[in-house]
Design a protein around this ligand. Structure first.
Ligand SMILES: [Cu+2]
Length: 251
């Protein structure tokens, strides 16, 4: 009897630390964290996510056409293969499924897409979130999204097997230039075309654009032009806005 108790006690002592270590080891803890993360991503779909928030159709800055299709050699593709956006832009993705099977266009963080992909592999589920659109063959649809954060995100089709066949690409959201980073350039206003929203400025080097001194035509909005007069010496900042050099700040 005494021996048996002793044996049991030793056995327990030996197994207890092993058990404790087991419950502390990565597996369980990580699984829980992932589940929580996944949940918060879902909740976030209805408001702000890391990648941004549903956009206002009336405030779209730019439309990007995206096509989805299969190739003869068994690949599945998005065109374009990558997307570049400036922080703060609201984009209308005009998505067309020109393939012969159903596809979807989902935008999210890489982690968010990876989690959804795992979930979709387990059971058939359809996204109906503002950051995605699912389209039958031949159909088209849209996603309107405001990219409020800089970073690298991803567009993907998470229908099982499609991601692996090539249906994913990066969305690079570049940081909006902040006031503190900006260097004002000196210039003289030569000509103003208020109707055309253009102003000709003879300017010194534009350091932020890596551009030497010259005379150039810039875009400027109405409010900016209303503060300008021909012959005026100014200090200003020019930045590319929708692909056109634009006077964004002036003093
Ligand atoms: Cu697909």
């Amino acid at each position: 009897m005494k021996n048996l108790l002793l044996t049991t006690a030793i056995a327990f002592t030996l197994s207890a630390p092993a058990f404790a270590a087991g419950s502390h080891s990565g597996g369980h803890g990580e699984t829980k964290t992932e589940a929580e993360h996944g949940h918060s991503e879902h909740a976030g779909n209805h408001a702000a996510m890391m990648i941004g928030m549903p956009g206002d159709a009336a405030k779209v800055d730019r439309t990007i056409d995206v096509t989805m299709r299969e190739t003869d050699d068994g690949k599945m593709l998005f065109e374009p293969a990558s997307i570049e956006i400036t922080q703060g832009e609201t984009i209308r993705f005009n998505v067309m499924n020109i393939g012969e099977i159903e596809h979807e266009f989902v935008i999210d963080t890489l982690e968010g897409n990876a989690l959804h992909k795992v979930a979709m592999a387990k059971m058939a589920m359809e996204h109906d979130d503002p950051n995605s659109v699912r389209l039958d063959e031949g159909a088209s649809g849209e996603v309107i999204w405001t990219f409020s954060n800089a970073g690298t995100f991803e567009f993907a089709c998470l229908i099982p097997g499609h991601y692996e066949s090539g249906m994913h690409g990066p969305i690079k959201v570049s940081q909006m230039m902040v006031q503190a980073d900006v260097e004002y350039a000196k210039g003289t206003i030569k000509k103003i075309d208020a109707k055309g929203g253009k102003v000709t400025i003879s300017h010194g080097p534009l350091l932020n654009l890596d551009m030497p001194a010259m005379t150039m035509v810039f875009r400027a909005d109405e409010a900016m032009i209303s503060n300008m007069s021909e012959g005026q010496d100014i200090e200003f900042v020019a930045e590319p806005v929708k692909g056109k050099l634009t006077v964004t700040q002036m003093k």
